[in-house]
Design a protein around this ligand. Structure first.
Ligand SMILES: Cc1cc2nc3c(=O)[nH]c(=O)nc-3n(C[C@H](O)[C@H](O)[C@H](O)COP(=O)(O)OP(=O)(O)OC[C@H]3O[C@@H](n4cnc5c(N)ncnc54)[C@H](O)[C@@H]3O)c2cc1C
Ligand code: SF4
Ligand code: SF4
Length: 599
């Protein structure tokens, strides 16, 4: 790459021709397609503007310490991935398998502690009464079919980490692009309304490029700063989120689950929490849950619910005796097309989840992210070949137009109103999703005002816990410097989690066994409480309850006050950012976080 000198010439010297922020499946799709395309005969004469005489200079900066540290499910139909890599052989990628058997399972409440509405309790009773006829087994009912919009037939089960690593290696072996892990990007360089490159978090240095590709995922610093600077298209909002938390499990010797098995679950551990179990080759499974922003619990949490999820009898009969091999958590931006930002501007384009590509109806984001990257790469190849600049107008014509004409746009539109019903309640929520899914989005429930928000404690637990019980639980949690959800879940009848030291381990042990963390000393804390006074007025410290790594906690010496942040434990899931009801969290780019290549 060229060095960025102190020249005063205009425009400023370029360090690279194309620069990418973040290496997830979106950027993987971009770099795969770009580096393959640059080898086509018609691209032979295309030269770098940054370093004339050489091929275009392409560089990608990834925050995490390795390109294999992503977190996802993953089951995917892989339509776009297979279109890019027609001869994709899953045997070449560790933990990859073809989807063989797929089920949608309704999980009954075996512990009597979930916050089920009356109609759901009635459904449980009916299922039990008619168990023989319906085929109820182990408190789970496999529905007779997987709706067309949800199915993953013909697709793959991946470990996102292993998939990213495999693609990254192929890209780097082409010699046409460099991928730099441990290099968080602090933000975009915006001058006169144009994105000129990025600023790196390590030393604040600037890297300039003709095209900045923003693929930094749901909570990336570059995408968020672009939204702050340029605003969002009229009517678009990012108000629907989830935190996905998973375990990678070595299955017991006698486990009969077959490689390629895919289970999607609803109903447990709470009605709002969807779950999954996918079986990889080599007797390994991924099991996880999604805790959504529209769950109105003021103490919503993930790790404890995940432990109850894997112990549901329908799963536990297969998982008991298994061993935790890896663990991880990450946010999902579930607003989809409603949260789509400006996809392109002068000098930049957005791809992947940060561009609103994740589809909540089909429950997929990896293939969608890959497709947006591949589409941008085709656009970049076209503009490079024709010698055209990466202006907003040219990127709109070459990239955004491709995206609008593809299945991604059609399916995003179908999903756009799929979650409307959940603002009315759970039953309308499920009905609305089914309606939108089965009619391809032509029919949907109307949207009612704002998203469901966390309730006050007394309101949420009305009819289950008295105010004095809640107060006692709060005092107990404060005295032990522990999150409040544990004490409240205990009071509601959730059984204690008995650690077996193998699969059921403490949250801290999960951090160590599954996703070790480190936080380089030279970076400042990346989670900051903007206005401490707001924390003092906060009823439930939702940031503490949801924190995936127990990195935010109430200090024993300051029980009702401003939480403390321990960056050694932070897994960079981003959940604190969107869970704080008053947007009081600053979430900056930093390295560190999870250290597992299997999530
Ligand atoms: C538990 C879980 C289960 C899921 N299951 C499925 C599934 O079964 N099927 C499916 O299709 N999808 C699933 N998803 C969703 C899917 O993982 C995402 O939609 C997909 O990963 C989005 O890809 P992306 O490339 O846009 O972003 P990401 O995968 O988020 O990648 C963005 C990258 O940018 C990096 N980055 C962020 N900020 C910076 C910065 N400032 N500087 C440099 N780098 C930065 C991040 O470290 C990350 O590597 C799941 C998600 C989770 C969390
Ligand atoms: S950051 Fe937000 S949620 Fe956390 S204590 Fe402060 S105000 Fe409450
Ligand atoms: S502090 Fe770190 S681990 Fe905790 S919620 Fe925030 S980003 Fe996730």
């Amino acid at each position: 790459m060229a060095m960025n000198g102190e020249s005063t010439q205009q425009p400023p010297a370029l360090d690279a021709d194309i620069l990418c922020a973040g290496f997830g499946p979106a950027t993987a799709g971009f770099l795969w397609t770009l580096t393959q395309g640059l080898q086509r005969p018609e691209m032979a004469g295309v030269e770098s503007k940054a370093v004339p005489g050489l091929p275009p200079q392409i560089v990608c900066y990834e925050r995490a310490d390795d390109i294999a540290f992503g977190v996802s499910g993953v089951v995917t139909r892989a339509r776009a991935i297979r279109a890019s890599i027609p001869d994709l052989d899953p045997a070449a990628i560790p933990l990859a398998a073809r989807v063989k058997e797929e089920k949608l399972i309704y999980l009954l409440d075996p512990v009597g502690a979930t916050r089920r509405p009356a109609w759901m309790r009635l459904a449980d009773q009916l299922c039990r009464a008619l168990s023989g006829v319906l085929g109820l087994e182990h408190e789970g009912l496999a529905l007779p079919w997987v709706p067309e919009f949800l199915h993953k037939r013909g697709g793959f089960i991946f470990s996102l980490g292993q998939f990213n690593q495999w693609v990254g290696q192929q890209v780097m072996m082409s010699g046409l692009a460099q991928i730099w892990p441990s290099t968080p990007v602090a933000g975009p360089l915006i001058e006169d309304g144009q994105v000129q490159g990025v600023r790196l978090a390590a030393d604040g240095s600037e890297v300039r490029a003709a095209l900045t590709v923003v693929g930094d995922g749901p909570v990336g610093a570059v995408g968020r700063q672009l939204d702050e600077h340029f605003g969002m298209p009229a009517g678009h909002r990012r108000d629907e989120w989830a935190v996905g938390m998973k375990m990678v499990i070595d299955l017991p010797e006698d486990c009969t689950l077959e490689e390629g098995t895919v289970w999607h679950t609803i109903g447990f551990p709470e009605p709002e929490i969807f779950g999954f179990l996918y079986v990889h080759p080599g007797r390994v499974a991924s099991a996880g849950i999604f805790v959504p922003s529209w769950m109105d619990s003021p103490v919503r949490t993930s790790y404890r619910y995940l432990q109850h999820f894997v112990q549901h009898p329908y799963l536990w009969r297969h998982l008991r005796g298994g061993r935790l091999r890896s663990w991880g958590a990450k946010s999902l931006l579930e607003s989809g097309r409603r949260g789509e930002p400006y996809l392109a501007g002068d000098g930049y384009a957005r791809i992947g989840e940060c561009s609103g590509s994740t589809n909540v109806l089909t429950g997929s984001g990896v293939d969608e992210a890959w497709l947006t990257g591949a589409q941008l790469a085709e656009a970049a190849l076209e503009l490079l070949r024709e010698g055209k600049p990466f202006s907003r107008e040219n990127l709109e014509a070459a990239y955004v137009a491709r995206r609008r004409a593809s299945w991604l746009e059609r399916e995003s539109q179908a999903a756009e109103r799929a979650r409307n019903g959940f603002q009315w309640g759970l039953l309308p929520g499920f009905a609305g999703m089914a309606l939108a899914g089965l009619t391809g989005g032509r029919l949907a429930l109307p949207r009612r005002g704002e998203e469901r928000k966390p309730k006050k404690l007394a309101e949420y637990y009305a009819g289950r816990l008295s105010r004095s019980e809640i107060e006692r639980a709060r005092r107990r949690a404060e005295a032990e410097a522990r999150p409040l959800h544990d004490a409240l879940m205990d009071l509601c009848g959730w059984p204690p989690v008995v650690y077996d030291g193998q699969l059921l381990v403490s949250h801290q042990d999960a951090l160590l066994m599954g996703g070790k963390v480190q936080a380089p000393a030279e970076f400042p804390d990346h989670v900051v409480f903007r206005r401490p006074q707001l924390c003092l007025e906060c009823e439930t410290h939702l940031c503490v309850e949801i924190c995936s790594g127990e990195a935010i906690r109430i200090a024993a010496e300051n029980p009702a006050g401003v939480p403390a942040f321990d960056r050694e434990k932070c897994v960079h899931c981003g959940a604190c950012l969107w869970n704080c009801p008053v947007s009081n969290i600053e979430f900056c780019a930093a390295p560190g976080g999870l250290h597992s290549a299997e999530n």
